[in-house]
Design a protein. Structure first.
Lengths: 508, 341
């Protein structure tokens, strides 16, 4: 077998920040589901598997100076990128490794016991043998009480779409052209078959959704989704069963609103679930009810349930802060019933600044549980974010160094699309214009009042590097032109509305 | 569903091979035919192959075969290959590799993707009952029926999102249609995987025992046919055909060392094949079939060459007439009763 075990290694996966992997979100997921979290304010160890270009790990390391971070990828280009970013930000608490899952499982790398092990887009994309390696790795290193985050393509939601992946993979494997051309030609065949009325394309919602994604999404993501030979959507029962060998108990979803069943299951559906004694099958039946196609599971090695009082104690101390500008936060959908009004009130209560859930409960006259539920909904739609006590006092310097490194790289490319936020112990996904403005502000004298015209002009000149490498006449070039023409307004809006959020989150 | 039980005899296997332009096994001298039982019913008697030159053997898939088995001209899986466990499938390949003569023909029927994709979670639901409650296949099915009703009653999205013909066929007759799901090895297979595994026994895919498959112009639109013909790689060609048809069950015929036939030899061979009306006929399906052929056969067995001389077949080549005759065979209205070799 090749060194990549059939895993797509020749197209870089786009670098993104995934908040679900942060200790904070994992802690909130534990608390909302009534399980003791790892105390976030004490020193901890963290390992990210399949970390790609290392954006998430670098951000988490920069925003948790008291944590010790390891990230691993088997693709040397990814490892080099992740190391470069860590060096540019002078992060001394992250180690980037280039090990195979088999070597990690066999204990060939010197590692301490771990508090967190996370992986994004790995588990259902690798071979069963490599999945077994991950279970052994977790079993070897995860501390009692330690947390695992694993997401995966899930059944039954993917079932009608399985043949699409197979068609693309078979076509690509029969077609000895470069990877990008393989993907283009395979998706061309799938499109033509659908247009020709192939019986397999029978109007299934899930399949239609994937076909739309195939037409729209970037080649890097699509190649990883469809052209890995180990690719296999999984039932929760099997994932949880496999991980049980490492002593892991399923806690809940990192998709926080799923902790509140009343919002998405009827009374009859809830009764069906509560009448199912086997925990793994109960959770799998939830997927039959929802036809789930993607899961974000949180596990704890030896989960300890919390009583309601202790859970309430944790909830009371959690912080909530706005992360989106008022204009970009339209009225929550009316379809959510009375929630529209309640969510609006919560957003208004956060306008003056971050608040704890206890404070918000007092301000709104609601129970802690009710506020937590609304807060989870705001967090899921990126309008607000939870944070743990201590985020206000953590040293922001490493995060600011990382943000400067990301902003500086943004003048040449668009790889890293997030900026670290020390208060959150995480980051905000940030568009190119925001990162270029950050670059201008970071190099302005400390006390200078930012001038929109001046910054707009400088940001426009920073776009030269992008124009130099884009294909003339391409959609990318058109997007750059649109970005440049809109800069005066965009920059003014960023300075007026985004900058205060950056300051609140201690990003600048 | 019912079709999977029509395991083909030597005449039909040969006929399908020749329709696809591949050399058949001569039946004018002694030949050996092995029926390899899979899954439940493996031990049941099945329509004996009656042929003056044929010797019939039977064995059970997944068990160590009799070391004294002679080399075989035909090996036919009785029951579905997809019901076997993975190691049993590997044993079948070993047996094919050891016992099938060069030029010999193998038949493998199996639950197939993509047509079964919507029902895989239904199968899982049945299988899971064994783990949860224990008990035999009948009890698994009873538990599954209860859970199924609860889920459907609660409006489970899996069922509303997968309202496919394959699903309806299973749900309408749940206890009969889903009994096979309780088989420990049950899996729906991609042709690509089956063909690759069998290539380990030097087998090449030649044709389907569904004779109507031999004429894509009948069942594909022009655009679909063009997409099928654009696939030069055999495995990809079948993959595309299955996407076009949403195939849920495949009846594959493989040959160990397939040799192409000259078109003239093919036409001559087909012309000498004789067709007879089946004893039990189904009036309901006859409307869609070539009527003049049925009328001609009413007076007694006919060679395909004779059928080609019917006024209604004027201007049609022997291959085309043979394909139309194949429709009568598919529908169970006629049998291939005698093959000149």
């Amino acid at each position: 077998m090749d060194w990549n075990d059939g895993y797509v290694a020749d197209l870089d996966y786009p670098a993104a920040y995934f908040a679900e992997q942060s200790p904070g979100v994992l802690g909130v997921a534990c608390i909302l589901n009534g399980v003791e979290p790892v105390p976030p304010d004490r020193p901890f160890t963290y390992f990210e598997l399949g970390a790609g270009m290392g954006l998430t790990s670098n951000i988490l390391a920069a925003t948790h100076p008291h944590g010790r971070f390891y990230s691993n990828d088997f693709n040397p280009a990814h490892v080099a990128s992740a190391r470069q970013l860590a060096e540019e930000a002078q992060l001394d608490n992250i180690t980037v490794l280039e090990s195979s899952f088999a070597d990690l499982a066999a204990g060939k790398v010197d590692l301490p016991p771990l508090d967190y092990i996370t992986m994004y887009g790995i588990y259902s994309w690798i071979t069963p043998a490599n999945r077994q390696c991950l279970v052994e790795f977790i079993s070897r290193y995860l501390k009692p009480g330690g947390v695992v985050y694993v997401n995966y393509n899930a059944l039954p939601g993917w079932t009608r779409t399985l043949p699409l992946q197979r068609l693309l993979l078979e076509h690509a494997n029969c077609n000895p052209v470069p990877r990008l051309a393989q993907l283009e030609q395979a998706r061309d065949l799938a499109r033509k078959l659908a247009e020709a009325g192939a019986a397999c394309f029978d109007g299934s919602k899930q399949l239609d959704y994937r076909m739309a994604s195939l037409a729209r999404d970037k080649a890097g993501y699509l190649a990883h989704e469809y052209l890995n030979s180990g690719w296999e959507p999984l039932y929760h029962a099997d994932v949880a069963g496999g991980l049980a060998a490492a002593g892991l108990d399923f806690v809940g979803s990192a998709d926080l609103p799923l902790a509140f069943e009343d919002d998405y299951l009827t009374a009859q559906q809830q009764a069906l679930l509560s009448g199912t004694a086997d925990a793994r099958w109960r959770e799998t039946l939830r997927d039959y009810l929802l036809n789930t196609s993607f899961r974000e599971d949180v596990y704890v090695r030896g989960a300890r349930s919390m009583g309601q009082e202790r859970q309430a104690g944790w909830l009371a101390r959690l912080g909530l802060v706005l992360t989106s500008v008022a204009e970009a936060a339209p009225q929550p959908e009316v379809a959510a019933g009375d929630d529209g009004v309640a969510l609006r009130r919560l957003l208004d209560a956060l306008a003056p600044g971050p608040r704890t859930l206890a404070q918000l409960a007092g301000l709104l006259g609601e129970s802690l549980q009710a506020v937590a539920r609304l807060a989870a909904r705001l967090a899921a739609s990126d309008k607000a974010a939870f944070f743990f006590p201590g985020g206000e006092t953590a040293d922001p310097a490493p995060a600011m160094r990382l943000n400067r490194a990301i902003a500086a790289q943004s003048t040449f490319g668009d790889h890293y699309q997030a900026l670290a936020a020390p208060l959150l112990g995480g980051a905000l996904n940030s568009g190119l214009a925001q990162r270029l403005v950050y670059q201008c502000l970071a190099h302005a004298p400390e006390e200078a009042q930012p001038d929109a015209n001046d910054i707009s002009g400088r940001a426009a000149s920073l776009l030269q590097g992008h124009f130099a490498t884009c294909v003339p006449g391409s959609a990318g070039e058109a997007a750059l032109h649109a970005l440049r023409e809109g800069l005066p307004r965009t920059v003014a809006a960023i300075l007026a509305r985004r900058l205060p959020i950056w300051r609140t989150l201690r990003m600048l | 569903m019912e079709k999977q039980w029509r395991e083909p005899g030597p005449e039909l296997l040969n006929f399908a091979c020749v329709l696809a332009g591949t050399e058949p096994v001569p039946l004018d001298r002694p030949f050996n035919y092995l029926a390899l039982g899979c899954g439940p019913g493996a031990g049941e008697p099945w329509p004996a192959v009656e042929h003056p030159n044929g010797r019939l053997f039977a064995a059970s898939a997944g068990t160590e075969p009799d070391p004294d088995l002679p080399p075989m001209d035909f090996i036919v899986l009785h029951g579905a290959y997809s019901w076997l466990q993975t190691n049993e499938r590997q044993q079948v390949v070993s047996l094919l590799n050891r016992c099938l003569k060069p030029g010999g023909v193998a038949y493998v029927g199996y639950n197939a993707m993509p047509g079964c994709s919507s029902i895989l979670p239904l199968q899982r639901l049945v299988r899971e009952q064994g783990r949860l409650h224990g008990g035999g296949m009948a009890q698994q099915l009873e538990h599954a029926a209860i859970e199924l009703e609860q889920l459907r009653g609660a409006g489970a999205a899996y069922f509303t999102d997968n309202d496919t013909p394959a699903m309806r066929r299973r749900l309408d007759r749940f206890s009969q249609a889903c009994l096979e799901f309780a088989q420990p090895g049950w899996q729906a297979l991609y042709h690509a995987d089956v063909a690759r595994l069998l290539s380990g026994a030097k087998l090449e895919y030649v044709a389907s025992a569904e004779l109507w498959w031999s004429d894509p112009g009948r069942y594909l639109s022009a655009a679909q046919h063009a997409l099928l013909d654009a696939q030069a790689t055999p495995i990809l060609r079948e993959t595309v055909r299955d996407v076009l048809l949403d195939t849920a069950f495949r009846r594959d015929i493989y040959v160990r060392g397939a040799r192409r036939m000259h078109p003239m030899r093919q036409a001559g061979w087909l012309g000498r094949c004789r067709l007879a009306l089946a004893a039990a006929r189904n009036e309901a399906v006859e409307a869609a079939l070539p009527g003049p052929m049925l009328e001609a056969l009413a007076s007694g067995p006919q060679s395909i060459a004779a059928l080609a001389r019917l006024p209604a077949m004027q201007g049609k080549g022997m291959l085309e007439v043979a394909r139309q005759a194949g429709l009568l065979v598919d529908a169970g209205q006629a049998l291939i009763c005698n093959q000149g070799a």
